[in-house]
Design a protein around this ligand. Structure first.
Ligand SMILES: NC(=O)c1ccc[n+]([C@@H]2O[C@H](COP(=O)([O-])OP(=O)(O)OC[C@H]3O[C@@H](n4cnc5c(N)ncnc54)[C@H](O)[C@@H]3O)[C@@H](O)[C@H]2O)c1
Ligand SMILES: O=C(O)C1=N[C@H](C(=O)O)CCC1
Length: 253
């Protein structure tokens, strides 16, 4: 069955990747693409005004909306989907606690699948981290993420997700963002570092060091296409499900 997909942020980096990936798949059909600035054509799809989303959702009747925009717009668009009965796949990061609370409210009305990272490799890295941290109890942990020079939020949403994984398996730890001046480690802290350079699609390293050894667990995204592919896999999987909150790991099972 072909899933009818609406895309927000269509003139953005990820919006364009989603439209390009959709063009090469026969299980999804893009019925709507919107952005703040309408009038462009992206991957052969006419981009319409995001301000008209409520009316356009009613007119085009998509099954799922795929969102990679900004924290405020993500919630605005998801709320419109709740009204229209459209499922939501979102990968927008920087939502904060209030943003996630609002997104979970939408999940009361429609299916919502959120992931800070739609690559299968990061899902595998998370499993490895959850196994390595308890196995190397007491080792120092440093997390470094590296992204393109246009990324607005820091640390990355993926880094925050991995930090939650570490807290889950080791207990809540103090997070130290960057280092400068007299800054020796304190017992159990997790160092967090965000690098911004070039057009790097996304790198995440978790370093565990102690007992005369170190372990580095690293994921590198080759392009944004990996995220677009995962988001469309999620959209195809989510379509037709009951209202509720879903996780990308369920798609990978
Ligand atoms: N979950 C993942 O796998 C994954 C992968 C890549 C990027 N991301 C996230 O996706 C988001 C977008 O990344 P990008 O590189 O495509 O950014 P971008 O700036 O290239 O594109 C963002 C798009 O959203 C629109 N937008 C942003 N804020 C808006 C607002 N307040 N109202 C209306 N429209 C708004 C912009 O006009 C643009 O079209 C970021 O949060 C990023 O961290 C997630
Ligand atoms: O390019 C970005 O921006 C990315 N954002 C996500 C994050 O913040 O973790 C995923 C990786 C790429």
């Amino acid at each position: 069955m072909t899933v009818r997909v609406a895309v927000t942020g269509a003139t953005g980096r990820m919006g364009g990747e989603v439209l390009a990936a959709a063009a090469d798949r026969d299980d999804v059909d893009v019925v709507l693409a919107v952005s703040r600035s309408a009038g462009e054509t992206v991957e052969g799809v006419a981009v319409e005004a995001a301000a008209d989303l409520p009316e356009l959702l009613a007119e085009r009747d998509p099954d799922v909306l795929v969102d990679f925009t900004g924290p405020e717009s993500c919630i605005e668009y998801a709320a419109a989907c709740a009204e229209a009965g459209v499922a939501v796949v979102s990968g927008t990061t920087g939502l904060g606690d209030d943003g996630f609370d609002a997104l979970r409210e939408v999940a009361a009305d429609v299916p919502v699948l959120y992931a800070s990272n739609f690559s299968r490799g990061i899902a595998a890295l998370r499993r490895a981290v959850r196994e390595a941290v308890p196995a190397l109890d007491g080792y120092d942990i440093e997390l470094t993420e590296t992204h393109h020079n246009a990324k607005r939020d820091a640390p990355s949403g993926t880094a925050l997700t991995i930090l939650e994984d570490i807290d889950d398996v080791r207990g809540a730890a103090e997070r130290v963002h960057g280092r400068e001046g007299e800054a020796p480690r304190t017992e159990g802290e997790v160092g967090v570092h965000a690098r911004r350079a070039g057009d790097i699609a996304g790198e995440h390293e978790v370093l565990l060091a102690g007992n005369h050894e170190s372990l580095s667990l690293t994921h590198r995204a080759g392009s944004r296409g990996v995220f677009a592919a995962g988001a469309l896999d999620a959209a195809a999987w989510l379509s037709g499900r009951d209202a509720g909150w879903y996780d990308f790991t369920e798609v990978l099972e």
